[in-house]
Design a protein around this ligand. Structure first.
Ligand SMILES: Cc1ncc(COP(=O)(O)O)c(C=O)c1O
Length: 365
């Protein structure tokens, strides 16, 4: 006997990346920022008076939304703050997708999309990326043909790290009949020299919305704070109707504000990640791995053909206290996703791989 709805009984829940109990484990598996949050975060936490917890927090997180709007040159009614980017995804589906209507995305993409669609009892229409993780030219047309009410694009893409251009996003928004979400969870790590920016497109299209999170760029995955940027006609129904009454607690709102206020600090962590990303890319290639160009804080790496399987490399590293992500799904079972850590963490990984592949090119550590 079960009381679950049929679709809930049939579905699998989201599999989170491992969170080890041993603090000595080097975690290169869930794309967290290896550097601490801005110094102002500790001050904000210390200064927070528990007496303020008697009262409900600002319901729509208005002071925080005002700050986010100013940061991006938008109006406050074009911003919604959510409990992680994940809550925004759920709100988009609840608000813009009739149960049963399709949700479009790429294959591969962020695996939570399929889980949220299953909860909503909506099919997911997946368009295969090209061999080098490019967006097929007929992506939007395909989604339209399959009557997608919502299309979800991760950019820069996870798990490959590839960045689609703003022009490609414009083409999808312009052609799509439904709402288009650009999930920019990793955008802070994009090389500023590329000048990637889709926010000007929000003025051009009434069906485009952008997801951001403080989990990666601001070292606050434990806080659970994300936000959406888009035209008021898309933001307001979520803000005023489908959001939980007090979706963000008072402490999170204050901490998020302090982290966002220190752009200089956040940028310094992004810069360090970018420089280690380049080092990791060439070191992994030197070991015989194939990597793909990445604009995120992680690398997708295919294990060398003539060595142990990706599953074995993952297990070997885990036994020695370094966690990376192994998906094991179709097309991904020969690959590992490796988060860029601190120089010491990365070197530990490289030393273990050097041992495994019997080379001696590692720098000592
Ligand atoms: C592609 C992508 N989108 C969104 C998120 C949501 O992040 P959060 O809910 O921590 O803000 C993640 C987290 O890993 C992600 O990888």
């Amino acid at each position: 006997m079960t009381y679950e709805r049929d679709n809930i009984r049939a579905m699998q829940g989201y599999t989170s990346g491992e969170q080890p109990d041993d603090a000595r484990t080097i975690k290169l598996n869930t794309n967290e920022n290896p550097y601490p949050p801005a110094p102002g975060v500790s001050e904000a936490l210390r200064a927070f008076d528990p007496i303020d917890l008697r009262r409900y927090p600002p319901a729509t997180a208005r002071p925080l939304r005002t700050q986010i709007a100013a940061l991006h040159g938008l109006a406050e009614d074009e911003v919604i703050a959510t409990r992680g980017g994940d809550e925004l995804l759920r709100l988009l589906i609840t608000t813009f997708v009739e149960p049963g209507r399709a949700i479009g995305t790429t294959r591969p993409s962020y695996s939570l999309y399929g889980v949220l669609a299953a909860i909503h009892d909506s099919p997911v229409f997946e368009v295969d990326l090209t061999d080098d993780f490019g967006l097929p030219a007929d992506f939007a047309a395909d989604c339209n043909r399959n009557d997608c009410a919502l299309t979800l694009i991760v950019n820069p893409h996870a798990p490959s790290g590839r960045l689609f251009s703003a022009e490609e996003i414009r083409a999808v928004a312009s052609e799509s009949k439904g709402v288009v979400l650009v999930d920019e969870a990793y955008v802070d790590f994009v090389d500023p020299g590329i000048r990637y920016d889709v926010l000007p497109l929000l003025r051009e299209f009434d069906n485009l919305i952008v997801l951001r999170t403080l989990s990666k760029g601001y070292s606050l995955a434990g806080l659970r704070l994300g936000y959406g940027l888009g035209p008021a006609s898309l933001i307001q129904p979520m803000l005023q109707k489908t959001r939980d009454s007090y979706n963000l607690d008072a402490v999170s709102q204050v901490i998020a504000a302090s982290a966002l206020a220190d752009q200089t600090y956040a940028r310094s962590t992004w810069e360090k990640v970018r420089s280690e990303r380049v080092r990791m890319e060439s070191a992994l290639q030197g070991l015989g791995f194939t990597t793909w160009p990445t604009q995120t804080n992680f690398l997708l790496a295919k294990v060398p053909d003539d060595g142990p399987s990706a599953a074995d490399v993952y297990a070997h590293l885990k036994n020695r206290g370094v966690l990376v992500r192994f998906f094991g799904t179709a097309g991904m079972d020969d690959k590992l996703r490796v988060t860029v850590g601190t120089p010491d963490e990365n070197q530990r990984l490289l030393n273990l791989l050097n041992e495994l592949y019997g080379t001696s090119t590692a720098e000592g550590h």
